[in-house]
Design a protein around this ligand. Structure first.
Ligand code: ADP
Ligand code: MG
Length: 264
């Protein structure tokens, strides 16, 4: 299954939502991603699992262009970028407008919610579409109300983040990500900072998005959940893809069994 990531066989469907080929990311001498290739079909869910420090967050941040890969090719929907270095060692292939177009297709939800504390719930959700997409306040408010209802937070629109539980804050963060109408949603351990009794309300929202056919890449330690919602699971092992395939293929593979026990 791992080799199929490099397979060029055409499929009946449209271009994949994400096509990453031979991504390399270094921090100084530390090679955090070593030749990572990943394809995410439109409308599918991919979970990334692996030990702490294996490069999961770095991979997500590269997909979002929060980090720039040192080498490799990345295409999100129909926007493709090649990363490389010139003989002077500078990263080349970075057209700012293209970066902006690519970033606009991707929204990310973080472990620590990252809501703006001085904005209300509604303010948090309308701000990015107003600032980045130039939506009017009225239109952004309509969009925000739609997605706040979608995550069950419509009645908290005037509350401030400090007065919300972690689970509620994360649901607002998901509404904020959705309000950008992204082609791709990234989640980096979205339930890891939550009290145990708050985990399910967030997983329930993510499950609903999966059922809607949203394209998502999820880093998670919730193995039972990953098994349930994922079309594809990728086991990242010290910066390389150790195993990739269906949940059954990956969770039953001895190379990642110690991560794959549902109780882990
Ligand atoms: P994971 O999310 O799987 O725990 P990360 O992608 O956060 O792993 O980190 C992978 C490796 O890269 C770790 O060794 C981490 O210390 C290192 N790393 C991550 N971000 C940076 C950074 N900004 N500068 C230097 N090293 C980093
Ligand atoms: Mg991480």
């Amino acid at each position: 299954m791992t080799s199929s990531l490099d397979d060029h066989t055409p499929t009946a469907t449209a271009a994949p939502a994400v096509q990453a080929r031979h991504l390399v990311k270094r921090y100084g001498d530390l090679e955090v991603l070593r030749d990572v290739s990943l394809e995410v079909p439109e409308g599918s869910v991919t979970s990334i699992i692996g030990a702490s420090g294996s490069g999961k967050s770095t991979l997500l941040r590269c997909l979002n262009l929060l980090e720039r890969p040192d080498q490799g090719d990345l295409a999100i929907a129909d926007e493709a970028i090649r990363f490389d270095r010139n003989p002077q060692g500078d990263v080349v292939g970075l057209d700012r407008r293209q970066l902006q177009r690519l970033r606009a297709k991707v929204s990310m939800v973080f472990q620590q919610f990252n809501l703006w504390p001085h904005f209300s719930v509604l303010g948090n959700v309308i701000e990015p579409p107003m600032r980045v997409q130039g939506l009017s306040r009225r239109r952004a408010t309509e969009v925000a109300e739609h997605y706040l209802a979608r995550v069950g937070m419509a009645d908290k629109r005037d509350a401030y983040p400090a007065f919300l539980s972690g689970g509620q804050q994360q649901r607002v963060a998901i509404a904020r990500a959705l309000a950008m109408e992204p082609r791709l949603l990234l989640f980096d351990e979205p339930t890891s900072a939550l009290d145990p009794e708050r985990v399910n309300e967030v997983l329930g929202v993510i499950r609903g998005l999966a059922d809607e056919g949203r394209t998502m890449v999820l880093v998670t330690h919730e193995m039972a959940f990953a098994r349930e919602v994922s079309d594809q699971v990728v086991f990242l092992d010290r910066g390389v893809i150790g195993v990739a395939g269906t949940p059954e293929e990956v969770f039953d593979d001895p190379r990642c069994q110690r991560f794959a026990a549902p109780a882990a």
